[in-house]
Design a protein around this ligand. Sequence first.
Ligand code: GLU
Length: 471
Amino acid sequence: MRTRFAPSPTGPLHFGSVRTALFGWLAARHSGGSFVLRIEDTDQERYIPGSEALIVETLNWLGLEWDEGPEKDGPHDPYVQSLRIELYQEWADQLVQRGAAYWCTCAPARLAAMREEQRRHSQPTRYDRRCLGRQDEVAAERAQGQPAVLRLRMPDGTTEWDDVIRGRVVFDNKDIDDQVLLKSDGFPTYHLAVVVDDHVMDITHVIRSDEWIPSTPKHLAVYQALEWVPPYFAHVPAVLGPDGLKLSKRRGARNVLDYGELGYVPAAIVNAMALLGWSSGTEAEVFTLQELVERFTLDRIHAAPAVFDPRRLDDLNGVHIRRMDTEDLVHALEFHLPGTSLETRRRLVPMLRERMVTLADAKHLAAPLLDGVAPDQADFPPKGVEPAVARAMLDACIDAVAAGMLEHEDDLLERLRETAKQHAAKVGAAFRVLYVAVLGEPSGVPVIQAMAFLGSDRALERLRAARARLG
Ligand code: GLU
């Protein structure tokens, strides 16, 4: 299997396009085949400088490495369409010679008027083939320097294919426009370049957004005219936002790289993206990239649109953080805990790991441990806790810590639980007293570990300050 991801450099990648890339990558890896990255930049008007670097950075960050493409070379180098223009022009000539394409000198103003007329009659807007019957005249006009585009002559009849995801798809060719293949400046359009490249690059499975389904009959007409065997097509459904609308660049879908800065880890993003429209066939939802490779097949992609649920991404992010290798986590937290030493982060990680939803949570979770000042104990004792219980918890904790029990965290935990029970208090509520005393908040990193991190002196200082407020 040879698959490809063929983004246009029109800005950063959002979840929809990353999910398409992921499906192509997983299909190739599962089959032991190759994954090609190709930059489709024939539409120079939509080009946004810097996009290619963002695409490369995003795929690298997510671990979706490609076998051929920019920065990798390969037998079909270059993998950037604007550097392959002559190739497309050669095949365009072939199409003309085979009667499958024709030149058109209709001026933009005429085409606009034609479309307007069609719209007024509620007809589909389509080129009316005025130039098809006057190719000799058109040749003379071109010789005099009149601008011309090359159009596909859409054959009569129907176009059908077995889509790997959709099943049988049928189009009446009458409904398909004579697509422009070469623009008047000789530049190919996407529709010509994509077919030529997928063919010469030996792509076996074209995995792409289902918004390209209406274009596929045009592409199949080119394959047919050039007597090429078309690849399999797998048109993946759209990704919808929580509002039910399609995620798109135009609607301001977020750059996937931004999620890194927000503290999402690549393993979680990849996991969440895979579940958008693909099912593993089991109850399990948590997968590493390697586990996805083992399980992924295209026939488990659903045809219905998938809804991106940010809460699911949050859940998966927490799970993948807890599974991360400790040293990797220590390094990943450098960005979110600026100014901390490696050693400090190594001591923080066991506590933070249990509580983080995103890596960015490290900042507020670690704050009461890193700041020199005692935390604010404004609401004390916390709501729902009797002052008598608060006193008992603090006294027990002060005595135990003063006696050196921070060295034995499990025993200390047990002792404090006993204290809560003796006072007929709920353990969770009673412990909130300690959380507020030590961390300034009723929740946070595990409080006994937090005291051990602070050391007996600082822990006692905070416990005693809280105790003093109860009288
Ligand atoms: N360049 C097209 C895009 O960015 C790719 C379509 C395809 O995969 O054929 O949407």
